[in-house]
Write a protein that binds this ligand. Structure first.
Ligand code: 9D3
Length: 223
């Protein structure tokens, strides 16, 4: 998979995308991420990327030209999906991540507080994504969140141990409680069943716990 990110803050991506699982996925050749500075696509001599809104009002608006030119340069074919990170988008969840992970090529455009010219949304954007109902200063963190959740779904990225498959064991439920040694920590004991060696009993205890915790903390997941 190829993911291209268009942003006015290219530097903030390097330390996050250059680490751990995302770095490994790129080394294995399962994924290629590139970050593009929107300012490099301006034709304006001052590298201006925004302007005052027509009709007046506070703030500035991203001008269409640099975004159109950046996407034109980066886009490969009809298989490329252009995603705008914006508070107006569809809220990201595991299902949307799964859907987006099926694409060969994504272009992520990081929106900003100032907003972008509507013609970009109309003519360039295939999908608008938000990461939740709270206000951030820009689409950079949401783009990184989106990349992170997509990358771990690509086949071959995770090892067998922490594989995506094991999530289907208790799919849709919160995790059961985990314990490790010692079996008795300053008088706080690990549930006996986990020390019993009875795998069936352990499995049903975990299922029961997962259900109980989900009912208490996230009843919406059970519907
Ligand atoms: C002034 C009105 N604002 C709408 C509530 C406009 C606005 C605020 C913040 C426009 C953009 C932003 C910056 N945020 C994002 O670009 C963003 C975002 C977010 O703020 N929350 C959750 N997901 C996302 S994805 C992109």
């Amino acid at each position: 998979m190829k993911i291209d990110i268009v942003t006015i803050f290219p530097k903030v991506f390097k330390p996050i995308l250059g680490e751990s699982i995302i770095k490994r996925a790129q080394k294995k050749g399962l994924l290629k991420i590139a970050v593009y500075n929107l300012r490099d696509y301006t034709k304006d001599k001052h590298k201006k990327i925004d302007d005052r809104p027509f009709g007046g009002g506070p703030g500035m608006v991203f001008t269409p030209q640099p975004i159109f030119d950046a996407v034109k340069c980066i886009k490969k074919d009809r298989g490329t999906k252009v995603v705008l990170l914006t508070p107006q988008g569809e809220t990201l969840n595991q299902k949307l991540a799964q859907k987006l992970s099926k694409n060969k090529h994504l272009i992520l455009i990081c929106g900003h507080y100032e907003g972008i010219d509507e013609r970009v949304r109309m003519s360039l954007v295939d999908e608008e994504v938000s990461i939740g109902d709270y206000i951030l200063t820009g689409g950079e963190l949401p783009a990184m969140v989106l990349v992170d959740t997509i990358v771990r779904l690509l086949s071959g990225v995770l090892g067998d141990k922490d594989s995506v498959k094991s999530e289907s064991f208790c799919r849709g439920l919160l995790e059961y409680p985990q314990y490790t040694r010692p079996a008795n920590y300053k008088g706080k004991k690990v549930p006996k069943v986990l020390l019993s060696g009875n795998h069936q009993a352990i499995a049903s205890w975990r299922k029961e716990q997962a259900l109980k915790i989900t009912k208490k903390k996230r009843p919406d997941l059970l519907k």
